[in-house]
Design a protein around this ligand. Structure first.
Ligand SMILES: Nc1ncnc2c1ncn2[C@@H]1O[C@H](COP(=O)(O)OP(=O)(O)OP(=O)(O)O)[C@@H](O)[C@H]1O
Length: 196
């Protein structure tokens, strides 16, 4: 177990395709007992293979809206026809198991968590350049051309917001993967380097 001294959840944000997932998956592989990814609520139906409570908490729209009305989310958003959110109870349950919760959320969610006063640490993953971000999005092979263009437009807004002083505790440029990983590890472990 890594000696994580600061148990506040870690909010990781950054443009789509910058390598957030790649970086925190490395962290989870290295420290499987210390970190866990937050499980979001969603009103969309499960895709084949997705498990309730593992990939998402799949809930009805009514249940989602009731939780929202009761101030149960640290952040929530609508994408298409579906609602998504991170519940306070989920973070608390996962934290109670002794794990540091990692949240992978987009910029509007970051703003909401900050506004809510929920204690968290914020790290932004930046691309070496917009050209390299585009190369990675294309290289991943998961997006249509339209989706790539939307994500690149969105990236400009996110990169601007990241420049606002005081928003993030750390900005890591994901150029060389190993170097960026080491920076993330150093940020999340807090204090002397841990031995895995
Ligand atoms: N340092 C790096 N150098 C080169 N390629 C990288 C680097 N980091 C990640 N990649 C590649 O970039 C692509 C995007 O990475 P990843 O899927 O982790 O991004 P993401 O930020 O989690 O995206 P999304 O928000 O859309 O889920 C992947 O194909 C990944 O292998």
């Amino acid at each position: 177990m890594a000696p994580v001294r600061d148990s506040r959840p870690i909010v990781i944000s950054g443009p789509s395709g910058v390598g957030k997932g790649t970086l925190y998956k490395l962290l989870f592989q290295r420290y499987p007992d210390a970190f866990t990814l937050s499980v979001s609520h969603t009103t969309r139906g499960p895709r084949p293979g997705e498990q309730h409570g593992v990939d998402y908490h799949f809930v009805t729209k009514d249940a989602f809206l009731e939780l929202k009305a009761n101030d149960g989310f640290v952040e929530n958003a609508q994408f298409g026809d579906n609602l998504y959110g991170t519940s306070k109870a989920t973070i608390e349950e996962q934290s109670a198991k002794g794990k540091t919760v990692v949240l992978d959320i987009e910029v509007e969610g970051v703003k909401q968590i900050k506004a809510s006063g929920f204690p968290a640490r914020y790290v932004f993953i930046a691309p070496p350049s917009e050209e390299e971000l585009e190369r990675r999005l294309r290289g991943r092979g998961t997006e249509t051309e339209g989706s790539i263009q939307k994500r690149l437009e969105r990236a400009k807004v996110e990169l601007e917001y990241a420049k606002v002083p005081g928003v993030h505790d750390r900005i890591i440029v994901n150029n060389d993967l190993e170097t960026a990983y080491k920076e993330l590890e150093e940020f999340v472990l807090v204090g002397p380097a841990a031995s895995a």
